[in-house]
Design a protein around this ligand. Structure first.
Ligand SMILES: [Zn+2]
Length: 333
């Protein structure tokens, strides 16, 4: 049993309370490898932004859970080395699907876990979430739950259709489970293809796809039912067109990739939404930078020469999200 406090990590309780009060959102960035983690920590240290490092079950399979945990522990030290005196770093399990997985993460030094019972019938979601909360809270580990179904693909999470969260269920759900935050479905979606072209309109000037707006009316209803309760948005990458273009002009093929416009996320961050999950954008930044090096320097075979530029591009992206979209800069000195 390792307690996260011994690793220098923090849970989400205080982060979220401050974010709800301050009208900003905490970035939740997924990581699977060293370059991503370096980029996240560098961006957060330079902007003094609290951060949630997310590990999905896919990441655990890819990178090994023991290694990921030591990387997160190392991240705290790295942040201090970069001159960030009091780093606010949370290590969070993204989309835990069983009690056993959540328990193993709690026992392993995670400071926060998500139990995603959103695909289960309502009462089963409550029972599973409550069980995880009861275990996690013994160790002061915070728990994110989910109500409503997001469309799209993210590692092992696949759903064809989305179902908005029903505002009439949130009080009952939050009260009976005791969860610390709630992921809701208001039209965000996992992956780089968040909407089918037929769900979008086309900008007559650029010919680019314009996605349907988020359901801010549903969000407002939920906020009314649970004032000040921390709300989480998954699937909130914006799929920057510049990266899609670089990928497509350097041998890639991502036709009609589309994300959530940043002005919508900016608006959400000012509300009770206090955690915004961003994964695909970092994958796109990484891939765009690597493809560019491969196309321009076909003789290059030192991974540092293409992972280095990828890391720089991700750092730029993370700083942009923190400063221009979430407003979390300067919130953790
Ligand atoms: Zn998600």
């Amino acid at each position: 049993m390792v307690n996260y406090k011994d690793l220098g990590l923090v849970n989400t309780r205080e982060m979220f309370a401050k974010a709800v009060d301050g009208g900003y959102a905490i970035p939740a960035f997924n990581f699977n490898n060293m370059e991503q983690l370096q980029a996240i920590i560098k961006a957060c240290a330079e902007t003094k932004s609290p951060v949630i490092l997310q590990v999905s079950s896919g990441a655990r399979k890819y990178a090994n859970q023991t290694l990921l945990r030591y990387m997160a522990e190392g991240a705290v030290q790295y942040a201090k080395e970069l001159g960030w005196e009091h780093p606010q770093i949370c290590l969070h399990l993204d989309h835990g699907d069983t009690f056993e997985l959540c328990k193993s993460c709690v026992d392993f030094g995670f400071s926060s876990v998500m139990i995603d019972g959103s695909s289960l019938p309502y009462e089963e979601n409550i029972a599973l979430t409550k069980k995880v909360v009861e275990y996690a809270h013994q160790y002061d580990v915070t728990v994110e739950a989910e109500l409503g179904v997001l469309a799209g693909v993210e590692d092992d999470v696949v759903a064809e259709e989305s179902h908005y969260t029903k505002p009439e269920e949130v009080i009952d759900f939050a009260t009976r489970t005791g969860c610390d935050s709630l992921a809701i479905s208001i039209g965000t979606s996992h992956g780089a293809y968040k909407f089918k072209p037929e769900q979008c309109t086309r900008d007559p000037q650029t010919g680019k796809l314009v996605p349907p707006p988020l359901a801010f009316d549903v969000l407002a209803e939920i906020e009314k039912k649970l004032p000040g309760f921390p709300i989480v948005l998954h699937g909130s990458s914006s799929v920057p067109q510049e990266y899609v273009d670089i990928i497509n002009t350097h041998g890639g093929n991502l036709p009609d990739a589309v994300g959530i416009p940043e002005d919508q996320l900016r608006k959400a961050a000012k509300s009770a939404v206090c955690k915004i999950n961003i994964d695909s954008d970092s994958r796109l930044a990484f891939t765009a930078a690597v493809r560019k090096v491969f196309a321009e320097k076909p003789g290059e075979f030192d991974p540092r020469k293409y992972c280095g530029p990828a890391r720089d591009e991700m750092t730029k992206l993370y700083k942009h999200k923190i400063i221009e979209v979430l407003g979390s800069d300067g919130k953790a000195e």
